[in-house]
Design a binder for this molecule. Structure first.
Ligand code: SAM
Ligand code: SF4
Length: 482
């Protein structure tokens, strides 16, 4: 794929809501104030009704450190997870397309000053081959990842998205392409939306102003805090109503960045009546030429990290929470219980990795952005999820039927899960079991499917669903959904 040189967008043109809503003195004051136990219980009770929490309320939960209150927060997070998402876990894998980068983010292996990084952009044919390999593993959802470079403008990204959708393997295609790339202009977002992207994900890295400035050296495009902070709002104004927020944990105080993520969700909700589709909370990993100690000034312990995930679950009940393979398998397993709804699995993060590294889960830091913590193959992750009582899901129905943004929240109700999400998750599981699963995974999967079938309510929909399962078992027909 030829990466044409493109003009860079004018970073002074912000969205209509383009203000800095990160009120640092206010957030810091809130995080110093401890609410009494009665108030914390009231807030927990509010969140049980699936009402999004305010910034003040979220700060009170982040500050609650009595074991009994923390337990109540975990219990409520588990309940909300069940009520809003059922026992489904959505699976995806990243496709790294190009690692040229004009920025010099202190924590990233792709930073321009890193001479050890092997730079590369996939050609059109290489990208197709990578996708074919992903499809052969069973993937249906991907997130395309790019460095920030004049070669990776919106037209180029849109071109990659179209290429990804065009690839088929047996009777399978990628059904949702999300993007993780630099912020775009309004026009840029329109161009990628037109190509059919799912979520546009941009992490603020840290919302703490002076830390942001230290991590993103002056003179680089990423040093513009406001351009980045405003990018989800621009994306929404341009019609990309599924936006993904995130912060890179370890750069600043975890409570501050967690509270700022909530503030960002509140800001979007207030201005556009739509919250973020997803929130991610990567913790810094070692990268080429970097140890964690060198960049992560604020250690985030596993227990603080898990507490934070639970508080986010309560604060933004309708936002999907993503924990990536940066984290080790045992920690991901715990986080799934009380909040996380999406994980990546079997992903390769070096450019060309799906073809060139195959299934070998060896890591070469000069080719990767950072080191992964969970390198299990997709089939093993799926089997483990099934054994732990989850339904692994490749469902992409909402996005393809226009149930996105504001509309999605109306649908994320219990009856909807029972009638749409669970059957859709089970049919995509059946597709995986028929086409890609190992014999061991197929055995566990068939058992779980039988158990879940018994729970589905009687009626017309059940009959349609059972018919689909039969067709996916016995014919080449695929991709039917509610
Ligand atoms: N270049 C684009 C950008 O910066 O937004 C998008 C791609 S960047 C490859 C994706 C994300 O990886 C960044 O937003 C950052 O949060 C995360 N990241 C960078 N270095 C990391 C590290 N050492 N450990 C964990 N995550 C890291
Ligand atoms: Fe480039 Fe993104 Fe890495 Fe920063 S985080 S150096 S912008 S790839």
């Amino acid at each position: 794929m030829s990466a044409a040189t493109l003009a860079l967008p004018d970073q002074s043109v912000l969205s209509q809501s383009g203000t800095d809503f990160v009120d640092e003195p206010q957030f810091e004051a809130l995080l110093k104030r401890k609410a009494d136990a009665g108030r914390v219980r009231e807030i927990i009770a509010k969140s049980k009704n699936k009402e999004a929490l305010t910034i003040d309320e979220s700060a009170a939960l982040l500050n609650a450190d009595e074991p009994e209150l923390i337990e109540q927060i975990y219990d409520t997070a588990r309940q909300l997870k069940k009520d809003v998402y059922g026992n489904r876990i959505v699976l995806f894998a990243p496709i790294y397309i190009g690692n040229y980068c004009m920025n010099d983010c202190v924590y990233c292996g792709f930073r321009r000053s890193n001479r050890d990084s092997i730079r590369r952009t996939l050609t059109h044919d290489e990208l197709k081959e990578q996708i074919r390999r992903m499809l052969a593993m069973g993937h249906k959802r991907t997130i395309a990842v790019f460095g920030e470079h004049r070669n990776y403008g919106p037209e180029y990204i849109a071109d990659c998205v179209r290429t990804i959708y065009s690839v088929s393997y047996k009777n399978s295609t990628i059904r949702r392409v999300n993007i993780n790339a630099a912020p775009l202009s309004l026009e840029g977002y329109r161009i990628v939306k037109e190509a059919g992207i799912g979520t546009y994900q941009v992490f603020q890295e840290t919302y703490h102003h002076s830390t942001y400035t230290r991590m993103h050296p002056k003179g680089t495009r990423k040093s513009d805090y406001m351009w980045r902070l405003d990018s989800p709002a621009r994306a929404i104004e341009a019609g990309c109503d599924d936006v993904g927020l995130g912060a890179l944990f370890g750069l600043a105080d975890w409570k501050f960045d967690a509270l700022s993520l909530v503030a960002h969700a509140v800001h979007l909700m207030k201005n556009y009546r739509v919250g973020p589709h997803t929130i991610s909370f990567p913790r810094i990993r070692p990268a080429s030429g970097l140890t964690i100690k060198e960049v992560a000034e604020h250690d985030v312990s596993d227990s603080d990290f898990l507490r934070m995930i639970a508080v986010l679950r309560l604060s933004v009940p309708y936002t999907g929470l993503i924990i990536t393979a940066r984290e080790p398998a045992p920690l991901r397993k715990v986080a799934l219980g009380f909040g996380v709804s999406q994980i990546d699995a079997g992903g390769r993060i070096e450019i060309g990795g799906y073809v060139e590294a195959g299934d070998a889960q060896t890591q070469a830091l000069e080719r990767e952005q950072f080191e992964l913590g969970d390198v299990r193959p997709l089939d093993e992750v799926i089997r483990q999820l099934l054994e732990d009582g989850y339904i692994p899901s490749f469902c992409t129905a909402c996005y393809r039927l226009g149930r996105t943004g504001e509309v999605f929240m109306e649908y994320a109700k219990p009856g909807f899960i029972q009638n749409m999400c669970t059957p859709n998750a089970l049919t995509t599981l059946q597709e995986y079991l028929t086409d890609f699963a190992s014999p061991e995974t197929r055995t566990v999967g068939e058992r779980v499917l039988q158990e879940e079938l018994r729970l589905l309510p009687e009626g017309e929909r059940r009959l349609v669903f059972l018919d689909r399962i039969e067709r996916f078992r016995n014919t080449d027909e695929r991709d039917l959904y509610f």
